[in-house]
Design a protein around this ligand. Sequence first.
Ligand SMILES: Nc1nc2c(c(=O)[nH]1)N[C@H]1C(S)=C(S)[C@@H](COP(=O)(O)OP(=O)(O)OC[C@H]3O[C@@H](n4cnc5c(=O)[nH]c(N)nc54)[C@H](O)[C@@H]3O)O[C@H]1N2
Ligand SMILES: Nc1nc2c(c(=O)[nH]1)N[C@H]1C(S)=C(S)[C@@H](COP(=O)(O)OP(=O)(O)OC[C@H]3O[C@@H](n4cnc5c(=O)[nH]c(N)nc54)[C@H](O)[C@@H]3O)O[C@H]1N2
Ligand SMILES: [Mo]
Length: 805
Amino acid sequence: MTQNTIHPTRRSILKGMTALGVSAAMIPAWLQQAQAMFQDGEIVNASHFGAGYFKIEGGRVVGIRPHEADYVANEMVESLSSWVNAADRVQYPMVRKGFLENGKDSDRTRRGQDEYVRVTWDEAYDLVASELTRVKEEHGNSSIFGGSYGWKTPGLMHHSFNNLYRLLNLHGGFVDDVNSYSTGAIRVIMPYALGGSYSNGTAWPKTIEKTELIVFWGSNPETTCRIGWSVPDHKGMKYLRDFKATGKPSIVVDPIHNATAKLLDSDWVAPRQGTDVAMMMGIAHTLLDEGLHDQDFLDEYTEGFDQFAVYLRGEEDGVVKSAEWASEICGVPADKLRDMARLMASKRTLIQMGWSIQRQHHGEQGPWMAFTLACMLGYVGLPGGGADFTMHYANSGTPKSNVPAFPGFSAGEGSKDMPAPIPVSRVPWVMGNPGAKYDYNGTEYTAPDLRLVYWAGGNPFHHHQERNQHLEYWHKPETIIVNELFWTATARHADIVLPVSTNLERNDMSMFGRSNNGLVAMKQVIEPMYESRTDYQIFTEIAKRLGYEDDYTEGLDEMGHLRNFYEKGRAKAAENGVDMPDFDTFWNDEPMQIFPTSKEAEEHVQFAKTREDPLLNPRGTPSGRFEIYSRKIADYNYDDCPAHPTWMEPIERLGGAMSDRYPLAVNSQHPVNRLHSQLNNTDLRHSYEVGGREPITMNPVDAEARGLKDGDIVRVFNDRGQVLAGLVISEEIAPDHVRICQGGWYDPAEPGVPGTLCKHGDVNVLMPDIGTSKLAQGNCGHTAQAEVEKYESDIPDLGIFKPIA
Ligand SMILES: Nc1nc2c(c(=O)[nH]1)N[C@H]1C(S)=C(S)[C@@H](COP(=O)(O)OP(=O)(O)OC[C@H]3O[C@@H](n4cnc5c(=O)[nH]c(N)nc54)[C@H](O)[C@@H]3O)O[C@H]1N2
Ligand SMILES: Nc1nc2c(c(=O)[nH]1)N[C@H]1C(S)=C(S)[C@@H](COP(=O)(O)OP(=O)(O)OC[C@H]3O[C@@H](n4cnc5c(=O)[nH]c(N)nc54)[C@H](O)[C@@H]3O)O[C@H]1N2
Ligand SMILES: [Mo]
């Protein structure tokens, strides 16, 4: 009954696999059935879950077969037929009743409660155009927020935020956001340490060849590589299997015995959530204490290890960061920490770090400390060693092709007069606090006064933390417009909701594979359902009313743009020695193009050049070396982000603050069978939900202490809110932790009322709305304590996943 038991293992596709150099694997039963079902008259389309052949009958999608170019396909791609046909598609343009009647003077606390009124498309376009004009005239463009963060469907053409940005740029500008929910802290801190980006890690084939030990630290690629930002070929998952085949050892450090640990049969080490920095300190201290650290590497390539060593030895604060000290905090026995230190020093070790640890209070410290540990081990810049921060993400580590990314729909020129973009996890706070000051990465900013919010391609009522607080901030802007496929919680809290066609109802194309490994056509499979239109059509009509239609479309329609992108991309491919067919041949006959990879890309080793010659290839830091101590950060004088990796108590944690009142750490792992909130409204839901609720996983010890049984509907609560969830009892989670995956749809018992019970299990009701620190202001979606009890009242019916007519 746990989420992971339905995780597919070693699924690959026979057809065409030999050609791709993959050994034939067993065809899973679900795929055999799909293949037996249909072969002819299929149309190629693709998504975040993979490419596939779509079968239509009577104008409806009736089946999907994963593409043979997919190395390790999964069932999410198949669920698109249930997705496109979901009962809760937005069918018509809809306007919140209070907004239709009173416009900017409406009672905004009624968002989430008011009924919606169907309007014609013409009325909807006129209303949006007049609101954009009104806000611009009354308050200026700096009152229009268009950041629109989220995981919109892939595609070069129907790139929903570029479609939106182009309109808003033509309109005179808008306030954007910066950074991401994914990499909020790591993206800001690591350039200080590395003098460059943390991404562009070593190619998987080199790692497999040379590594002697991989430590997956808060990392679960077997789950998180199931999707892609563009269309995945799942090659990273193949490499994970190749690594397993070598029989080399791995350790998984995670409070959950995750899917990767299961696949690789790894040594499972479970620290208390939120204590990894202390755990790493204990290992680092052991290395120093036992002389196992690589002093030569530290001398030659790093800056500031001496200051850090003072901290490790406790020479200033009197606290020795020994294995015993660390063990008290992280709960892993001191002997185990010492064993890990000795093992890691004796083998060429790759610390492969996921991103959960930096989505926590003081989340800057985890990746900086992991890199410091890697420097102490001395393998940085060697294949199979060092630290990697991306392999777990969407099949990174797949060697790059020779072809640069194709151009896509352009956002156009931004206005230079706009306020600075808002660090994305601070957006709701900024909405609620116009004029307030905030720090970000060394500079102080003032929150703009946002009056109009436009979202196309994201779901803030899933992705943001502290839902009840969020709801109050959301009352502040006068006008909220959302383009959506479904009645998500965000759509249900908007004033104007415009129905968008899915990628099955429009023509597009996308890069294929993590590293431009191909190009795949995304051909229209069915007619647009109901009155839905593409974001492009919607913004074209709005642009027409505002007088920018020609600039918006450049006189091209959907296919005209696609042809244009293709021909430009094809010319670049040719410059790089890759011949591609003309557009019509691609579109009609060869909709999947696979690009070659160079030997150089296969052999890429991160930081190898610096290691070979640090003088010729210095880092982009002030010292030219990897910085374990950063003078720049010291100069910011932030009380929550010191100048070298430091263990700092988070606002709450297991064994620390709040754990006496709320003894369970809440883990919000990314879900196996969803992409955040996407696909929660499909039939796949029935494979993991419990009593119609989002599952909560708990260790048997904790269930017994609370008198709970498998399948119980429970109430999960803390000072920030309360949700219902369906109990799964499992030893795959360490005691004192519970997991509710991120992305379960928010379903308030009393819509619009802060503090109300979420009937379904949105974990972000429980998580705090704070920045990681003044430096990065990343989100803290993995920092929270809560308590769980049996829900004794009548179980309420769900309000979500249903049409709003
Ligand atoms: N507690 C906690 N919170 C988290 C996280 C966590 O680990 N813990 N993770 C965070 C992370 S890393 C991320 S990236 C975010 C993800 O947050 P989001 O990206 O906002 O989440 P999605 O569910 O992917 O939402 C995408 C929305 O876009 C809509 N959409 C898809 N295609 C189109 C299109 O073509 N046009 C339009 N107009 N809409 C479209 C979908 O229907 C869906 O509602 O969540 C963050 N929140
Ligand atoms: N199937 C699927 N794949 C996805 C996504 C999805 O929604 N579904 N989302 C995609 C996106 S946008 C992103 S950003 C990435 C996210 O990638 P990550 O941020 O790496 O993914 P998470 O699942 O949040 O966390 C990885 C692991 O860290 C563990 N963990 C949590 N807290 C701690 C801790 O305090 N210490 C330790 N040691 N471990 C901890 C979790 O239990 C989990 O197993 O995934 C991407 N891939
Ligand atoms: Mo993400």
